[in-house]
Design a protein around this ligand. Sequence first.
Ligand SMILES: Nc1nc2c(c(=O)[nH]1)N[C@H]1C(S)=C(S)[C@@H](COP(=O)(O)OP(=O)(O)OC[C@H]3O[C@@H](n4cnc5c(=O)[nH]c(N)nc54)[C@H](O)[C@@H]3O)O[C@H]1N2
Ligand SMILES: Nc1nc2c(c(=O)[nH]1)N[C@H]1C(S)=C(S)[C@@H](COP(=O)(O)OP(=O)(O)OC[C@H]3O[C@@H](n4cnc5c(=O)[nH]c(N)nc54)[C@H](O)[C@@H]3O)O[C@H]1N2
Ligand code: SF4
Ligand SMILES: [Mo]
Length: 720
Amino acid sequence: MENATEAARAGPAASGTTVVKSVCRSCHGGCGVKLHVQDGRLVRVEGDRESPLNRGRLCPIGTRTIDLVYHPDRLQYPMRRTGARGEGKWRRISWDEALGEIADRLQAIKAEFGAESIAMGTGTGRHHIRWVSRFGHALGTPNWCEPGFAQCFHPRINASILTMGDLPVNDFLSGTPPQCIVYWGHNPVNSGPDGETRFVSRDAHAAAAKTIVVDPRRTELAKEADLWLQLRPGTDDAMALAWLHTIIEEGLHDRAFVSEWTHGFDRLAERVRGYSPEWAEPITWVPAADIRAAARLYAATRPSMMEWGCAIEHTPNCIQTVRAISMLPALTGNIDVPGGWVLGMKGLGRFPSLIENLSPEMNAKRLGADRFKMLGGEGADLPAAHIPTLLTAMRDGVPYPVKAFLVFGNNTLTTFGNARMAHEALMKLDLLVVADLFMTPTCELADIVLPAASWPELDQLAGLPTIAANVVLAQRKAVRIGECKSDEEIFVELARRMKLELGTEDVDTVLAQQLARGCGVALDELRERGFHSMPMRFHKYRDGGFRTPTKKFEFHSTRMESMGYDPLPYYEEPPESPIATPGVAKDFPLVLTSGARIPFFFNSEHRQIAALRRAHPDPLVEIHPDTAAAHGIAAGDWVWIETLRGRIRQKAKLTDGIDPRVVHVEHGWWFPEEPGPEHGVWKSNANVLTRNDPPYDPAMGPYHLRGLLCRIALVRPGEA
Ligand SMILES: Nc1nc2c(c(=O)[nH]1)N[C@H]1C(S)=C(S)[C@@H](COP(=O)(O)OP(=O)(O)OC[C@H]3O[C@@H](n4cnc5c(=O)[nH]c(N)nc54)[C@H](O)[C@@H]3O)O[C@H]1N2
Ligand SMILES: Nc1nc2c(c(=O)[nH]1)N[C@H]1C(S)=C(S)[C@@H](COP(=O)(O)OP(=O)(O)OC[C@H]3O[C@@H](n4cnc5c(=O)[nH]c(N)nc54)[C@H](O)[C@@H]3O)O[C@H]1N2
Ligand code: SF4
Ligand SMILES: [Mo]
């Protein structure tokens, strides 16, 4: 049997069981695992004690892998809709029929409207993320999207590449403990976050002498911190500018590093002169003395890690916020040092994205590329389409029609800003194909649904930028369920069926090429061990400089300047806020933030896994007890949360760890147990509340997910 032979190669185990070394990818991933297989069935998932990224530990989600793989609701064969779009009527079809129909309809749409009218979509940090754009490029379309490129991690990646030539991550593995850690809009003990695993992050936390937390909510990390700055959501730019001001005005910066290795220090000093902690206090709601104390503590304590998270990317001033925060480690000499920020060792070679298949004219058609050059054009590492612009093209046909959307692992209706608008757009398509593990509310709108293999069912590689600085990991297929195929296999089969000139090599060939261009370890050898650690080098910029035009860390960004964006960071009030729109604030007086990660779910996933759902059965809205009392709300009551876009309900969790003027809602909620086709997607979905209309970040296009205006009310009997 195919599965058993594959497993046998990976090593012996007790009585009839084989053990396959792999990597968990239920979050962005990284934890080493041993998959125990008996008679072709996964019987145990064990943390790999040898893996430097988790040393045998697994989080609640990883622990429930078997429940995910064998869940009775898993999609196991392709389906075609029989009723109207979104009516929820389906019939089983064969792969042959599914791929045949998709191929024919794509050829017809391409012939009539051009390749650009076909868009590709995927979800955050998936194993197959790069394969989605690869297939799109092979097909000839420049339009592909992923929420992370719009809104999460990729603003950090692209801004870092422009600023210092590479994405920095924290040095968790060299054994040098950080003296200080700053958690800025990031809660890595709950999130299996980007660029690290929660376990290496916890170990660093335990070793750190000092910690500082910048977060509107009193998280577990905030409770333990030396300093907690409880800022107003959406004001991270003002906070970061005040830190820069303090460090520079007080001369706390690392003069040797700054003078030898940075560009534009004087211009930065001039820019931040007016951004004092006193200036920032009324904007951020944090006392100036606390801001100053944090900047001083941070500058005085080295080496220091900057743990930054997606909260800083969820406003339309995202790029300048990211840039301002990225300058703090440079000012304090914490770049590419043990126990600080490090630049990666490039274990994986560049992925063959096939973007060279697109002509300059086709590249120019990428939706949003003309405006958002750091997302869709010359300032992007891998250019992507701008999601609101793409949805508008689907819904309204401008600037040109988008007729087909092929979605590989994204729950569009729950995770894109302004979910109602996303729904209107999907309803207008000629062809919607969704590959997923489960029948999500987004799948329910499709023409064809494809059953995707879950992570223990497929082969892949993983490494920076999604995981660790000097480690490359092999993900291994241990089992297969029903007729599922991996996303990568689906792309290869579809490319072959459409007789495309590119993108038809089998998966292993591409993986082997990528490895050969990187750390050079052979695929088989890597698969046997599960991971490969390269020797880490620090201060790599000392040979030849940073990979920027000036060869320096650029406070003043020459590339942003040449693209027509402000080369220095600035403050901009979120477009909907008590300060920007006092008129709206009269009716919607509370500041709304969303999306803080829950350890039991990954974004919109895992609500159907009984053990995880028991641990967190309902969506919770966090409210200060005084605010709740003023609205007649008690703990556990269902509460309406309403913005200019719409209203949802979540259950009240009262906590004095949140400012009385702020409310936090959980994101990603739908209810797999409720009847289709909606599965309760409009009930508690945070993105009914958010917006995706302008203004956007001028360089990258992010819209507004955190720091909006809302009001709350008790849900009365009979109202729900
Ligand atoms: N209001 C608000 N909205 C947010 C956020 C927030 O903080 N607040 N966070 C934003 C962020 S940072 C992100 S990155 C996005 C995430 O948005 P998404 O990427 O959409 O998030 P997920 O729910 O993790 O994944 C989507 C789907 O992928 C499926 N899936 C899992 N594994 C596979 C696989 O191997 N193959 C296939 N084909 N499918 C698979 C899952 O079943 C799920 O239905 O959400 C964003 N939305
Ligand atoms: N278990 C689990 N792991 C996950 C995910 C998941 O859903 N579940 N999602 C994955 C994804 S896509 C991502 S991007 C990462 C995200 O993981 P993180 O980067 O850790 O982000 P969050 O947990 O969303 O938010 C971190 C903190 O930001 C705070 N916050 C809210 N608004 C603001 C603000 O305006 N400013 C500041 N400074 N802080 C604010 C929240 O209170 C929260 O404590 O986690 C990934 N890993
Ligand atoms: S933290 Fe992520 S990779 Fe690690 S066990 Fe949990 S879900 Fe898997
Ligand atoms: Mo994300």
